[in-house]
Design a protein. Structure first.
Length: 567
């Protein structure tokens, strides 16, 4: 996505990351005739997460920045784990982030015939052979990084025998696991990926696109580099774990004799207080630790979208963290900062009370209702104002009152006065309590009618300003207070005898009843608000007319950092 600048506004120049330096050097040298062509190649075996968002922003961003092209290609080589649901969700996520692949949507399955032909070329050149060993035997003979592997007894089959067996594998003569096609490279290589890796395996499984046309499927390592070559990708950008795979990609392309893209590896995103493994995320879904892939606590793009994150905030996050050559851990508070910064500019302010205590304004007429004018967003003058009803009975947050407060408590207490946001100054006169529990049930106050905005005493200084809601006008809603899914920064590094699931945060979701001002009554799913003094919230897709459900996107401040600093 190209960056847009308003008229007369110049963005400060930023330094190039190491991938941009490589690309610009290639352009200067005239490599690929100056052509830039990237791709985003997800496997459709799960939902995309925030780490994929970084890769999406990088690949599509480079394509746009250098006036090139970016493909979306599904590496769909394992029909056992792939589903159309995942394909659809990935396309939705890429579009939601603000990127488009135009007419460049591809699948590795588009190339199954061509990939098969490539395998035949390797067999004819004596660079691949059919092996009858089972997966466990292959694994046992692969060796270790310091000990060479053992060559397969089938390694020296003739080219004619290998071609015959590979043809019969394709024809469906053999059951799953009976035979594989392996590259013939070097069983003593210090790089384990070069030790005669498997190129094809037998899978009698229906593919979501090709149906039952195939019963042998290429391994990811075989399909990936060759698909890049077929699409004439100039810069094949991968995460760092694929660096050790690059010698295999280079070997295959060289031995087949086809166009060679340039592979560049960058550090994947590791985010604190979460996990990024698709396998672990799937485990959380299947074991119902979360409600689904789009649970707002999940780091999936669909989960972040439902949580209330905006595409702009995620793109900004990807820009801030940049592109590194070595793995590191990014604090999730930076992601939370990005959404706060974005929503602060766009979210309409409303008042809501989540833990209410009743306030009665004793000197306010019983049936009178006054309309207060409230600013919708002080960061956006064009957002205008709204009318908020004020009546004799109100709700305020229970924590905004203390009967015996400490010195620096600037909220409501007996004999103290506070300002009610966009309304009047009130003074606490007395309280009512539950005789059995001692809990305060009603706070009695008086108000000064001369302190309304525009009145002579409206500028009188008081130390505390509270949000409130008229009790008789309140819209009662379900409010889901989401928090971080894990209670330790790195759940991927558990103590001995524990797993990442032992660190699930038991307080990652609390559901409360919210009492909200009536302006919110007609809100629609996806609408975002700042509940004044409480945080940013979004209307959840579970909402329907007359029964609103809100998700907390993020609190107004990072309470986790404050808690850590107090330890």
């Amino acid at each position: 996505m190209e960056e847009k600048k308003s008229k007369g506004e110049e963005k400060p120049a930023r330094s190039l990351n190491f991938i941009e330096e490589i690309i610009e050097e290639d352009i200067r040298k005239g490599k690929n005739d100056g052509r830039i062509h990237t791709r985003f190649p997800p496997e459709p075996n799960g939902y995309l997460h925030i780490g994929h968002a970084k890769s999406i922003c990088l690949n599509f961003g480079l394509g746009a920045r250098y006036h090139g092209m970016t493909n979306l290609r599904f590496d769909d080589t394992n029909p056992v784990k792939e589903e159309v649901e995942y394909v659809d969700s990935i396309m939705e996520d890429v579009h939601w982030l603000g990127f488009d692949w135009g007419n460049r949507l591809f699948y590795a399955s588009d190339y199954f015939d061509q990939l098969y032909d490539f395998a035949v070329i390797l067999i004819r050149r004596g660079k691949a052979y059919v092996c009858d060993m089972h997966a466990e035997e292959i694994s046992a003979t692969r060796g270790t990084p310091t000990r060479p592997g053992i060559e397969s007894p089938y390694r020296n089959r003739t080219m004619e025998e290998n071609l015959d067996l590979f043809t019969r594998m394709r024809a469906g003569e053999f059951p799953d696991g009976a035979r594989v096609l392996r590259a013939k490279i070097d069983m003593a290589s210090p790089n384990m990926h070069i030790r005669d890796p498997i190129l094809y395996r037998i899978l009698h499984a229906s593919h979501h696109r090709t149906g039952d046309a195939w019963c042998i499927y290429p391994m990811y390592d075989f399909a990936h580099g060759q698909s890049d070559s077929i699409e004439r990708i100039t810069h094949s950008i991968c995460t760092l774990e694929f660096e050790v795979h690059r010698p295999l990609y280079d070997w295959l392309i060289r031995e087949i004799g086809i166009y060679a893209p340039r592979q560049i590896e960058f550090a994947r995103l590791n985010l604190s207080y979460t996990v990024m493994s698709k396998r672990k995320l799937l485990e959380l879904v299947k074991e119902k630790h979360v409600s689904g892939w789009d649970d707002p606590r999940m780091p999936t793009i669909s989960g972040l979208r439902r949580r209330g994150y905006t595409p702009e905030s995620i793109r900004n996050f990807a820009e801030i963290i940049g592109v590194a050559k070595r793995d590191n851990m990014i604090d999730v508070s930076l992601l939370e900062f990005c959404i706060r910064e974005d929503l602060n500019k766009r979210a309409i302010r409303v008042m809501g009370v989540l833990n209410p205590v009743r306030v009665i304004i004793d000197n306010f007429p019983d049936d009178q209702v006054e309309e207060m004018e409230a600013v919708n967003n002080p960061e956006d003058p064009a957002a205008g104002t709204r009318r908020v009803p004020f009546s004799k009975e109100l709700y305020i947050e229970r924590e905004d009152f203390m009967e015996d407060p400490p010195n620096k408590f600037f909220r409501l207490a007996p004999g103290r006065e506070v300002r009610l946001r966009s309304a009047f100054i009130i003074t606490c006169e007395s309280v009512e309590k539950n005789p059995e529990t001692g809990e305060i049930t009603v706070i009695h106050c008086t108000y000064d009618p001369m302190t309304r905005s525009g009145m002579p005493e409206s500028n009188r200084k008081v130390k505390g300003t509270l949000h409130w809601v008229s009790a008789r006008h309140a819209v009662v809603s379900e409010v889901r207070l989401y928090d971080r899914l894990f209670c330790v920064p790195n759940p991927d590094d558990p103590e001995e005898g524990k797993t990442f699931k032992d660190y699930l945060n038991p307080d990652s979701l609390k559901v409360v009843k919210g009492f909200l001002e009536p302006s919110i009554r007609d809100a629609k799913a996806g609408n975002k608000f700042q509940f004044e003094r409480l945080g940013y919230f979004v209307v959840d897709i579970d909402s329907h007319p007359g029964a609103l459900v809100f998700n907390r996107v993020v609190p107004l401040r990072d309470s986790w950092s404050r808690a850590e600093n107090q330890k």
